[in-house]
Design a protein around this ligand. Structure first.
Ligand code: CA
Ligand code: CA
Length: 160
């Protein structure tokens, strides 16, 4: 190996070594059973598959699902770049359908930082939420209305 080649190789190696960290997304996934009914009298169940289900024949079940943060820096690095929920709507496209909203909240103010809503009538479908922004001290959660017979199996999100 010539000196020139060696210098070139070392130069490449050092360039790799000092490359800035990439902001690759790191996905977090939670079971639907992490979601909690917002009413203590609501009819609901959780099963051995980690789902939360609405066993009612007539009433919607409203639940709120925790979303942990791992980046509270200000700026572009605190956005949720994608989020999905795997859900089941027992009556398909007929109303009512499962509807969920991903909320980004401030730590104290009751004004919402950002939100994204999706709904589906698919029997086994995926809800998708658009990119949303965050506040450095704020938090995220997902609020859902589950029609009779429906369930949430899991949900996932990528925070930069
Ligand atoms: Ca439906
Ligand atoms: Ca992250």
């Amino acid at each position: 190996m010539s000196t020139k080649t060696l210098i070139a190789v070392l130069g490449l190696a050092s360039a790799v070594a000092i490359a800035p960290p990439s902001y690759a997304a790191d996905r977090k996934i939670m079971p639907g059973s992490a979601c909690q009914p917002i009413s203590e009298t609501a009819e609901f169940s959780k099963d051995l598959f980690g789902r939360i289900l609405n066993p009612s024949a007539s009433a919607r079940l409203f639940v709120d699902c925790p979303v942990v943060r791992d980046n509270t820096a200000s700026g572009a690095g605190n956005a949720v770049i994608s989020s999905f929920m795997k859900v089941f709507d027992a009556n398909g496209a007929s109303a009512p359908n499962i509807i969920c909203t991903f909320f980004s909240e401030f730590d104290t103010s009751l004004a919402v930082v950002d939100s994204a809503t999706d709904s589906t009538g698919g029997n086994a479908a995926t809800l998708s939420f658009a990119n949303i922004t965050g506040d450095p001290n704020g938090y995220y959660h997902i609020f859902c209305g589950i029609p009779p017979g429906g369930n949430i199996k899991e949900y996932q999100w990528d925070e930069l």
